[in-house]
Design a binder for this molecule. Structure first.
Ligand code: SF4
Length: 454
């Protein structure tokens, strides 16, 4: 079943600007065939709304901006700056009908917006822009996603981006705003109605969100496998931990990026939190909350993966019960893109440690993963032929992953997801190690539908 669309939030804020602009100019809404709204990158404040109008004489692009920041405007009214572009590159004033239309537009806008106190249609536009601008660098997919996974539809909710850590491997802007709490409730209902078999409640740090317990309770009660992604710091609070346990949550996924506090606290940029996360995991396992551990691998911890696995086994798996799995993944992206490029570790640098870590964990009876969405290519381990993913990556899970030149003719390519395009840009293809010989997979036909780099 194809996932049903989820209610827009950021998209609806942008559309409210479009509607206010159309109302201001008394346009026929069907004339406005395309719309975009952008804010320039900081430190420049401001905004530009671009409306493409389909007129009998041809298409015309109208740019409307806040009056204080716009440069090179065609004309300015009390609160707005107006510009035009012809979509075909011709000067609209060379066409009498378009010229007449533009003159009429200028007259209307000038008459409407000439006093310091903005009249209702102008006020409505400015208010709609004010509501949209804090979210202008985000999209609805920054807060919720519903996609087809190997086990059916899977939903994820990011309950805002506030966190008591500030991991370098995180893609989020800690100061980014959050939608109203009740919206997450609606999105959860929509995901469940669409048949979501699993729901991940993430953040930021989701235990800071007032709705987490309610969302977890409802997702679990509806039969969805419910996972909370957390740093486990708040789970040191006995009352909160037991309240979370009472929701029936199926699993916690706790980020723990290193065995030693120095490396871990450097990655989380939160001194002292390694010890508290470890204690939080122990408290959860003692109370019977199943825990999975997630380790994002970058240059800072790439050489200590074997120690990570030793620590996990000694501290959690042997003395306690309920450790579900340990998964190792590549960083998705960082809030700081330059830091992301510098942080990505070449596959050949982590191959020995990752191989040793998987061996240690599996030897102790702990499920260990390194493939899948956000995961590594098969050649990140010494013996790729021994690794067979449960399912190929879906289109949504593949994202921007590609195959490089070494992948041509690689025997395990049918089951390998390749690497993110950004990995190749940062680390090159030298670390990839194709598997030679016949296909490792009995009956494998073709390959995953990924792109190859030219
Ligand atoms: S060489 Fe390419 S196809 Fe083969 S395992 Fe590595 S990334 Fe995958």
């Amino acid at each position: 079943m194809a996932p049903a669309p989820l209610s827009p939030f950021v998209g609806a804020l942008a559309m409210a600007v479009r509607e206010a602009l159309v109302a201001l100019l008394a346009l026929d809404p069907s004339q406005a065939v395309a719309f975009s709204l952008a804010a320039p990158p900081p430190p420049t404040p401001g905004w530009i709304a671009s409306l493409t109008l389909s007129l009998p004489e041809g298409d015309l692009i109208l740019d409307v901006a806040g009056v204080t920041t716009a440069r090179d405007a065609w004309f300015r009214t009390a609160h707005l700056a107006w510009s035009y572009r012809s979509s075909g590159g011709r000067d609209p004033f060379s066409q009498p009908e378009l010229a007449r239309w533009l003159h009429a537009l200028r007259e209307t806008a000038t008459r409407l917006d000439r006093s310091p106190l903005a009249p209702p249609p102008v006020r409505a536009l400015l208010d709609a822009v004010d509501r949209y601008l804090p979210f202008s660098r985000l999209s609805d997919e920054s807060y919720r996603l519903l996609m087809d996974g190997p086990d059916g539809a899977a939903g994820i909710l990011w309950l805002g981006f506030g966190c008591d850590q500030d991991c370098v491997v995180c893609w989020q802007d800690r100061a980014a705003p959050s939608p109203p709490p009740e919206l997450f409730s609606r999105w959860l209902d929509e995901m469940l109605s669409a048949g979501a078999r699993s729901v991940i409640l993430s953040g930021g740090e989701p235990t800071r969100h007032p709705s987490l317990l309610d969302l977890a309770r409802r997702a679990h009660a509806a039969g969805a496998h419910t996972i909370v992604e957390t740093n486990a710091l708040r789970l040191l609070d006995d009352d909160y931990r037991r309240a979370l346990l009472a929701t029936g949550v199926d699993e916690l996924s706790v980020s723990l990026h290193a065995a030693d506090a120095v490396t871990s606290d450097a990655i989380t940029r939160a001194p002292g939190t390694h010890a508290r996360t470890v204690a939080g995991i122990e408290a959860c396992l003692r109370d019977g909350l199943p825990v999975g551990i997630h380790c994002v691998v970058e240059r800072a911890n790439a050489s200590s993966l074997a120690a990570h696995a030793d620590f996990v086994v000694a501290r959690f798996a042997r003395p306690l019960r309920g450790l579900r799995r340990v998964s190792y993944s590549l960083p998705t992206r960082y809030a700081d893109q330059e830091r992301y490029r510098r942080g990505l570790a070449p596959v050949d640098a982590l191959r020995p440690g990752l191989t040793a870590a998987l061996r240690t964990l599996r030897g102790a009876g702990v499920e260990a993963r390194f493939l899948g969405m956000g995961g590594f290519p098969l050649c990140a381990v010494e013996d790729p032929r021994a690794e067979r993913p449960a399912a190929a990556l879906s289109e949504g899970e593949r994202g921007d992953r590609v195959y490089a030149r070494p992948c041509e003719g690689c025997a395990v390519r049918p089951w390998c997801g390749g690497v993110p395009a950004a990995y190749l840009e940062a680390c090159g293809e030298g670390g990839l190690r194709p598997v030679r010989g016949a296909s490792a997979v009995d009956g494998a036909k073709g390959e995953q539908p990924g792109r190859s780099v030219p």
